[in-house]
Design a protein around this ligand. Structure first.
Ligand SMILES: Nc1nc2c(ncn2[C@@H]2O[C@@H]3COP(=O)(O)O[C@H]4[C@@H](O)[C@H](n5cnc6c(=O)[nH]c(N)nc65)O[C@@H]4COP(=O)(O)O[C@H]3[C@H]2O)c(=O)[nH]1
Length: 863
């Protein structure tokens, strides 16, 4: 009977224990709170033996805290709230520390309980056995302890119970902790997903959005509800769809993809996105992809713009250079292609160096100073620098420097824009030179001469010295120019200027005033007596024969000299004075030197007066014609008259033609005067014939200006018709130089005159630049040997020889010859002997007024 009763108790106990275990497993599986599960474990242990109490402590940091001890008092709970994991920290603290079972049979004697024994005793408990809750062999989660009211160790059965409770507790704790970890992970993922500022989305295997975060739906501008039914192709730009679909297929096959594409939002806004697609694996199977997008529209635009800027700067015509002013010695960090082209230095050779290497060995401190100041004050600046290319050639660099701020506004760099203005500089220099120099000879011109004269006159006055001016004018240059052409004339001027240039000292100025006029300024003259020698040397230099275009030539010059004095207020006055002196030299037969004298001014004034009076002379009928007879050499018979103009001014008295004709020519009045002479001479000749006084050819001097005028021949023809004088009784005396101007037109006019029956004589023959060529070509009748040859004809063999030669040549060309200025019988006889056709001169008669001529005609007897 007894035996049966015992078996039942054991059985009941085992059954209850099993039920308790079942209950605990259920609690764990339905994820009941940990404290509830641990309490159930404690109760299961206590149910085994009413003399023992259970306690579960969990590890929190390096301490143990009671999580469940259902049969222990609240004061016990409070006292062991925080037990350290250490040696001698009660049974539990020690067990957790040593990771092994600790059995304390009597807390009153065991040193492990020194601190806590009172608390245990007040619970009427004596022994405490504690087992660590270990997970994965090493990880201590806490402790499971059994207290006993008697001082003893655990029996075998109790040890098994503890081990079993520990397993249950460790399981429950582990599951709770796992769940906690899972929870946290999910929350983290949700945060990453939901609060990500960049679009994140989930696509299913077919490419439909299953989910998308707020940033994504905002970018696409579609409501979340609608998006989750949409296929991704709906938002991709058409032309990129094929490519994106391929990326999607690749991702859905397990390979993550990253690419850039363009999408269109609901309202049509285009965005450039950088997308990463990651396959989503669930239980070893891909169920879709997670997409992450980054809106790079702004970034791409900025990049595009930067690339454009870089290309533009690279392609710029101007050299561009950027220097880092935050670095020591401000190295170059960038140069464009134009910089490389200008300077010859490649990018590699330039970057890292300071810009000053372009200045070569010399440094233009004056130009660099503004750059230094501008960089110091972070200002912009523009300077013109003399720089050198790699090959050593100079170039002018118009450099504009501007500060470049960083994002924070601090100036970190300077950008320099270079313009190569070498050509412009050269042009400016040329312009400046041309403005002050004569193009043909390269000599200073009038304006530069004026500047130098002003400076030198001032300086000389300070040093009590003088400035001399030599006005040099070539003799007969007009004839050379007219007969041999302007190019030839230019070459003559060039050669003459070079010759004079050789005669000057440093500090002298030789200027060309235009035409054939030169001015030589000689400063610092100490002895004015040397000036004559100087001028003579110039004359000799000019008159030495020279060759131009293969033609031998000799040319002389006339020089006027003036010297500064204290009365001079305007230095150019000196040039005027030297000019007047030069005119005097011309008047005195050319090829000589004259000094300026105050009387010359008077003479000049007189000329100006004359000019004014001449205008009145025609109206006031102050002109009169004198006539000088011309005789046939052989017979002495009268054959012609030369009409010579006389001017009887009511106040000034007689004024000679040599004096007023040049002025009449200068002013153009010669046209009117000349026409008056023609009419007067023709009328008078007709009158002589009508009155039966003489039948003679009337020769009239014609000025170049008059002859060159359009309609001259026609007007002459009309005049002769008007006065009814047959053209054969009229002759024109033309000078050599006149014939050489515009030769084709001259020939045409002469032929016309010839047709009319008017004869043509060449006046002053032998004094000009006689060209035999034109004599042959022109329809002429007569040559008039100049009186300068006749003067010394009898005494000077050379003059006699020239005269003979002229006569012989003229006859060969079937031209008549008349000699003028015949004053003596000897001259007349010699000319006769030399078969000169006609003679004219004081020996026969002076020019006579009409009344006296008529007396002469009546009395004339051929000798
Ligand atoms: N010593 C010297 N001289 C003599 C002798 N026989 C004549 N003469 C001068 O020689 C000049 C000859 O005239 P021309 O060579 O045509 O030189 C002329 C001519 O070129 C110009 N001329 C005179 N009348 C006119 C005119 O009506 N029209 C133009 N265009 N020029 C004129 O003025 C020049 C000077 O004229 P004139 O003073 O009248 O001077 C005249 C005349 O008086 C002589 O035996 N010995």
């Amino acid at each position: 009977m007894y035996a049966v009763a015992r078996d039942v108790t054991k059985l009941v106990k085992a059954e209850r224990y099993q039920q308790a275990q079942q209950h605990i497993l259920e609690l764990i599986s339905v994820e009941k709170p940990l404290a509830e599960i641990l309490t159930a474990i404690c109760l299961m242990a206590e149910a085994h033996n009413p003399a023992i109490k259970a306690c579960v402590m969990l590890k929190v940091d390096q301490h143990l805290q009671i999580t469940s001890a259902p049969s222990l008092s609240p004061s016990y709970h409070a006292a062991l709230a925080n037990v350290p994991i250490a040696h001698n920290a009660g049974s539990c603290g020690t067990a957790a520390f040593e990771k092994s079972l600790v059995v304390v049979e009597d807390v009153t004697t065991d040193p492990k309980w020194l601190q806590y024994s009172d608390v245990v005793l007040s619970e009427k408990l004596t022994a405490c056995w504690s087992m660590p809750l270990v997970f994965n062999e090493d990880n201590v989660l806490g402790t499971f302890a059994l207290y006993c009211d008697s001082a003893r160790g655990p029996v075998e059965e109790e040890l098994e119970l503890m081990a079993s409770c520990c397993r249950f507790a460790a399981n429950a704790i582990e599951q709770v902790q796992q769940k906690q970890l899972l929870n946290e992970g999910e929350q983290r993922f949700r945060s990453l997903y939901q609060f990500n500022p960049q679009p994140v989305y989930v696509l299913d295997k077919q490419g439909y959005f299953s989910n998308i975060n707020n940033a994504g739906s905002q970018l696409l501008e579609w409501p979340l509800v609608e998006l989750t039914k949409m296929h991704f192709s709906r938002v991709i730009l058409n032309e990129q769809l094929a490519e994106v679909t391929e990326y999607f297929s690749s991702a859905i096959s397990g390979s993550p993809e990253s690419f850039e594409t363009s999408i269109l939002s609901r309202t049509g806004n285009q965005h450039e996105l950088q997308i990463t697609l990651i396959p989503t694996w669930i239980d070893g199977e891909i169920v879709g992809v997670i997409g992450m997008a980054k809106d790079v529209t702004q970034h791409l635009q900025t990049e595009k713009q930067l690339r454009l800027f870089k290309r533009a700067v690279d392609a710029s015509y101007n050299g561009v250079v950027i220097s880092d002013i935050t670095q020591p010695d401000m190295p170059i960090t960038y140069v464009n292609s134009a910089f490389e082209k200008f300077t010859g230095y490649s990018k590699k050779e330039s970057i890292g160096r300071n810009c000053r290497f372009l200045q070569g060995t010399e440094r233009d401190e004056l130009a660099i100073e503004p750059i230094r100041l501008a960089i110091e004050s972070k200002q912009e600046v523009s300077v013109i620098l003399k720089n050198y290319r790699k090959d050593g050639t100079l170039f002018w660099n118009n450099l504009y420097l501007s500060p470049v701020p960083d994002e924070a506004g601090a100036i970190t760099h300077y950008i320099g824009i270079q313009t190569d203005i070498t050509e412009q500089k050269k042009y400016e220099k040329e312009l400046a030179f041309n403005a002050s120099h004569d193009l043909l000879t390269g000599l200073p011109n009038r304006s530069l001469l004026r500047d130098r004269l002003v400076q030198n006159v001032k300086a000389s006055a300070r040093h009590k010295e003088k400035v001399a001016v030599l006005f040099i004018d070539l003799d007969g240059f007009k004839l050379i120019n007219d007969s041999l052409g302007h190019l030839f004339g230019d070459e003559v001027i060039r050669q003459v200027s070079a010759r004079i240039n050789k005669q000057i000292r440093p500090g002298d100025t030789l200027a060309r005033m235009g035409g054939d006029e030169f001015v030589l300024m000689l400063p610092d003259i100490k002895d004015i007596n040397q000036l004559n020698d100087h001028a003579e040397r110039v004359l000799i230099a000019i008159s030495t024969p020279f060759k131009v275009s293969g033609r031998e030539l000799q040319i002389t010059a006339s020089i006027g000299i003036s010297v500064s004095n204290n009365d001079i207020t305007e230095p150019m006055e000196l040039v005027k004075q030297a000019d007047l002196a030069m005119y005097q030299a011309k008047r005195l037969g050319r090829n000589n030197v004259q000094w300026y004298q105050a009387e010359m001014e008077i003479l000049q004034n007189k000329r100006l007066n004359l000019r004014a009076m001449l205008k009145q002379a025609i109206e006031n009928q102050e002109f009169e014609l004198y006539y000088q007879p011309q005789v046939e050499a052989g017979s002495g018979r009268l054959v012609g008259l030369e009409a010579l103009l006389r001017w009887q001014h009511p106040v000034q008295g007689f004024i000679g033609p040599d004096e007023f004709i040049p002025i009449a020519e200068e002013t153009g009045l010669i046209i009117e005067i000349g026409q008056w002479v023609i009419e007067q001479a023709a009328t008078y000749n007709r009158s002589l014939q009508q009155r039966g006084l003489a039948e003679l050819v009337m020769a009239v001097n014609i000025s170049s200006l008059q002859f060159q005028r359009e309609g001259f021949v026609e007007q002459l023809e009309q005049t002769l018709n008007k006065v009814q004088l047959a053209p054969k009784w009229f002759e024109l005396e033309l000078t050599e130089s006149l014939l050489l101007e515009n030769i084709e037109q001259v020939i045409h006019k002469l032929q016309h005159l010839k047709q009319l029956g008017i004869s043509i004589a060449i006046d002053d023959f032998g004094t000009g630049f006689s060209s035999l060529n034109y004599l042959k070509r022109l329809p002429l009748d007569k040559l008039k040997i100049d009186k300068s040859f006749i003067n010394d004809l009898v005494t000077d063999k050379k003059d006699a020889a020239i005269t003979r030669a002229i006569i012989a040549m003229a006859h060969q060309l079937e031209l008549k010859v008349i000699a003028e200025g015949v004053e003596t019988l000897a001259q007349s006889t010699l000319l006769q002997k030399n078969v000169c056709d006609e003679l004219q001169g004081y020996f026969f008669s002076r020019p006579l007024p009409a009344d006296k001529l008529e007396v002469f005609l009546k009395n004339y007897l051929p000798s």
